[in-house]
Design a binder for this molecule. Structure first.
Ligand SMILES: Nc1ncnc2c1ncn2[C@@H]1O[C@H](COP(=O)(O)OP(=O)(O)OP(=O)(O)O)[C@@H](O)[C@H]1O
Length: 238
């Protein structure tokens, strides 16, 4: 864990805009977004399809550069950094989970989780040890040597969560992490995610269409016409 005070945001989004060039002219999907997420905070991001949720996650995750505005990770403005430095931050401080698990079918769970750790420079024994610990914390200790096709959808997604969290990131970004699961499994995976956010102090931003899950987050924001509007966590309406 960082020695930073827990009162400092892990992610700060400041006046972020995102405009895409399309065949039919410019499309501005983010029109000046501001957001702070604190350590251990689980923040939901809702909004209809096409409202810009993924665009915001991609900017926050340093996968794309915003058209304007600033992204700060642990207080560091990452806009001025070159791609190499941004990749280093992505690998060491940010974990990603997607709707589809993107696990490699021929690798067992442990090596799926260890792979990004190896890419980040860890030795094989070190990466496998961290992978086993992460899988254990998600209730998958008995599954470390199983391959994804031998696992249920919920287990596969928990492996994907373990992969995102194995390197103890500061920030977890998830795009519809339960979107491909049935309601009961979705709930189990979400509960595991929620527990880990509280245990590890990772700051989490979760895009979801699932209003029931959004109701269990610490704060919920809706993207509407390019702006974020905070919603009462219990609100069921977009
Ligand atoms: N690279 C791109 N070039 C052009 N338009 C894009 C690009 N990426 C996204 N868009 C458009 O920007 C808008 C917002 O897309 P985005 O994927 O951020 O929305 P979303 O809220 O995540 O949608 P969903 O819930 O369906 O995943 C959409 O109209 C999309 O077509």
């Amino acid at each position: 864990m960082s020695s930073l005070s827990s009162s400092a945001p892990v992610l700060s989004v400041r006046g972020v805009t995102r405009t895409y060039k399309t065949g039919r002219g410019d499309l501005t999907v983010l029109k000046g977004v501001d957001l702070d997420i604190m350590p251990g905070e689980l923040v939901g991001l809702i909004g209809p399809s096409g409202s810009g949720k993924s665009s915001l996650l991609h900017a926050a995750g340093l996968l794309e550069r915003p058209t304007s505005g600033r992204i700060l990770i642990d207080g560091e403005d990452v806009g001025a950094l070159d791609e190499r430095a941004r990749t280093r931050i992505r690998l060491s401080r940010i974990g990603f989970v997607y709707q589809f698990h993107h696990l490699l079918p021929e690798f067992d769970a442990r090596d799926n989780v260890a792979l990004p750790l190896r890419i980040a420079g860890r030795s094989q024994p070190d990466a496998r040890r961290l992978a086993e610990a992460a899988l254990g914390s998600l209730g998958l200790a008995e599954r470390v040597l199983h391959q994804p096709p031998q696992m249920s959808g919920g287990e596969q997604q928990r492996v994907a969560l373990a992969r995102a969290l194995a390197n103890s990131p500061r920030l977890l970004l998830a795009d519809e992490p339960t979107g491909n699961l049935d309601p009961a499994t979705s709930h189990t995976v979400f509960e595991a995610l929620q527990k880990l956010v509280k245990e590890t102090g990772v700051a989490a931003l979760i895009a979801t269409h699932n209003m029931e899950l959004a109701g269990h987050m610490d704060r919920v924001f809706a993207l509407k016409d390019g702006h974020l509007e905070e919603r009462p966590a219990e609100s069921q309406a977009y």
